[in-house]
Write a protein that binds this ligand. Structure first.
Ligand SMILES: [Fe+2]
Ligand SMILES: [Fe+2]
Length: 210
C-alpha cells in the first residue's frame, strides 16, 4: 500500500497559477463557494453517521469532522460579511460530482472509495488554502493560513480510515489502484479548462484563451 505522509502525497499536480490569479481577483465568488464547500464537507461527514452506525471509530471521527467543518462554515460566513460581500446562491462546480462518480455502488468498495475521495478532496483544499495564504494579505491571508493545518489533518484522517476499513474487509490490495484512479480524475479536473471560477475549479477559461 502506498505510503502517505502528507496531503501532497495524495495529489498528482499543483494548482495552476492561472487559477490563483483569478481566485484572488474574484474573492466574493471564491468565498461564497468556499462556504458551500465547508457545508458540503459537514454534510458528507454527517451522511456517513447515518449510513455506518456499526463503525464506532468512523462515527467519532466523522462527528468531530462535521463539527469542525461547520465551524469553518461560520468563519467563512463571518469573513464574507466583514469584507462587505453578500452571501447568495452559487451553482456548484463540476468537481464534487465528477469525484463522486468514482465511488463504487456496493460495499465494501462504496465506503473505501468515499473515504479515498474525501482524502483527496481535503488534500486539494489544503493545497489551495496554502497557495491563497501566500498570495493574500491581511485577515483573509491569515484565515487561509490557519485552515491549512485542519485540512491537512482531515486528508490524513480520511486516508487512515480508508486503510483501516480496507484492512477490516481484507481489501488492502485494492487501495493503490482505487487511489490512482481517484487521483487521476482529480488531476484532470484541476488541469483542464473550466468555465466558472469555484473553489475546486480547473484552469479558468479566460486564461487559456489569452
Ligand atoms: Fe474545512
Ligand atoms: Fe476539511
Amino acid at each position: 500500500v502506498r505510503r502517505i505522509d502528507r496531503p501532497s502525497d495524495l495529489l498528482e499536480c499543483a494548482t495552476p497559477d492561472a487559477w490563483f490569479a483569478r481566485a484572488t481577483r474574484e474573492l466574493a465568488t471564491l468565498l461564497i463557494d468556499h462556504a458551500n464547500c465547508e457545508k458540503k464537507a459537514a454534510g458528507t461527514a454527517l451522511s456517513l453517521l447515518y449510513r455506518y452506525v456499526d463503525k464506532p471509530r468512523l462515527l467519532y471521527r466523522m462527528s468531530r469532522l462535521a463539527r469542525e467543518e461547520l465551524r469553518h462554515y461560520e468563519q467563512v460566513l463571518a469573513m464574507i460579511e466583514s469584507l462587505g460581500f453578500r452571501y447568495g446562491h452559487l451553482s456548484p462546480s463540476r468537481y464534487a460530482g465528477a469525484m463522486r462518480a468514482n465511488i463504487r455502488t456496493s460495499e465494501p468498495g462504496r465506503l473505501i472509495d468515499t473515504l479515498l475521495v474525501g482524502a483527496v478532496v481535503e488534500a486539494r483544499s489544503c493545497e489551495r488554502f496554502g497557495g491563497l495564504a501566500a498570495r493574500l494579505d491581511g485577515a483573509l491571508g491569515r484565515f487561509y493560513a490557519r485552515l491549512v493545518d485542519s485540512e491537512s489533518r482531515h486528508a490524513l484522517v480520511y486516508y487512515d480510515l480508508a486503510l483501516s476499513h480496507a484492512a477490516d474487509e481484507r481489501a488492502e490490495d485494492s487501495i493503490d489502484a482505487r487511489l490512482s484512479q481517484i487521483v487521476g480524475t482529480e488531476r484532470e479536473l484541476i488541469v483542464s479548462t473550466d468555465v466558472e471560477l469555484r473553489f475546486h475549479s480547473g484552469v479558468p477559461a479566460e486564461n487559456t484563451a489569452a
